[in-house]
Write a protein that binds this ligand. Structure first.
Ligand SMILES: C[S@@+](CC[C@H](N)C(=O)[O-])C[C@H]1O[C@@H](n2cnc3c(N)ncnc32)[C@H](O)[C@@H]1O
Length: 225
């Protein structure tokens, strides 16, 4: 998959070059390019924001540099995404859909957001990462990319995906690794029993217990399906 990110702050994306996403890029499963919107500003001072018409707090990102940055990609067939508090909420199902695309272009808003004509002209799919407001689109874009990359074939194992929180509308059971005892706390006996059926039963029960206690809405959703 190819991803192009249009942003005023390309340096913010260093976390995408670590760990699993770094390996995904090294193995060619994922290619990420950064386009600095400022390079496309027609303004002699390379300004990319301005006051909102009608007044109001803060500055808005101007349409011209974003539009020209996008056009420079010749990416008419790409799927365009913009992080926005007004968008549909990110879910595993939405991330899975995005992971099927060959080419994604992310537009990162900042300050008070972007001129509406960016939406009108480039028609991005707007995606929210939750009901709160961040200072810019860079962090939510990284969240969306990290989330969808896990669904690209071979980036992580299918087994990891199936056992994860929210798969089957459940939260994950508690997990333990070595040492067997730490500060007087021991790993549940069943996990060292070697009995795969009992381990699977225990995990299922613990998963249900945790989901009931913390996210009963997930179980209700499951029942109503
Ligand atoms: C300060 S926010 C703009 C908020 C906008 N004025 C509003 O009230 O909806 C600046 C940028 O951060 C990003 N952003 C902030 N919160 C977000 C969220 N919860 N989900 C996705 N993107 C978000 C968007 O790209 C947005 O354009």
């Amino acid at each position: 998959m190819r991803i192009d990110i249009l942003t005023l702050f390309p340096e913010s994306f260093a976390p995408l070059n670590e760990s699993i996403l770094k390996r995904a890029q090294e193995s060619g499963k994922l290619e990420i390019n950064y386009i600095n919107i400022r390079d496309f500003s027609n303004n002699k001072h390379k300004k990319c924001d301005d006051y909102p018409f009608g007044g109001g707090a803060g500055m808005l990102m101007s349409v011209q540099p974003i539009y020209d940055a996008f056009k420079s990609l010749n990416a008419e067939s790409a799927h365009v995404v913009m992080a926005s508090p007004s968008g549909e909420t990110l879910t595993p199902a939405l991330a899975k859909e995005l992971a099927k695309k060959d080419h994604l272009v992310f537009i990162c808003g900042h300050y008070e957001g972007v001129d509406q004509r960016v939406n009108d002209l480039l028609k991005p799919q707007e995606i929210s990462i939750g009901d709160y407001v961040l200072t810019g689109g860079e962090l939510p874009t990284m969240v969306i990319i990290d989330c969808l990359a896990r669904f690209i074939d071979g980036v992580i194992t299918a087994e990891s995906l199936n056992e994860e929180s929210f798969a089957n509308d459940m939260l994950e059971y508690p997990q333990y690794t070595r040492p067997q005892t730490f500060e007087g706390l021991s790993v549940p006996e069943v996990l060292i029993s070697g009995n795969h059926q009992e381990i699977a039963n225990w995990r299922k029960e613990e998963s249900l217990k945790k989901t009931k206690a913390r996210r009963p809405d997930l179980l209700n959703k499951k029942e109503s399906e």
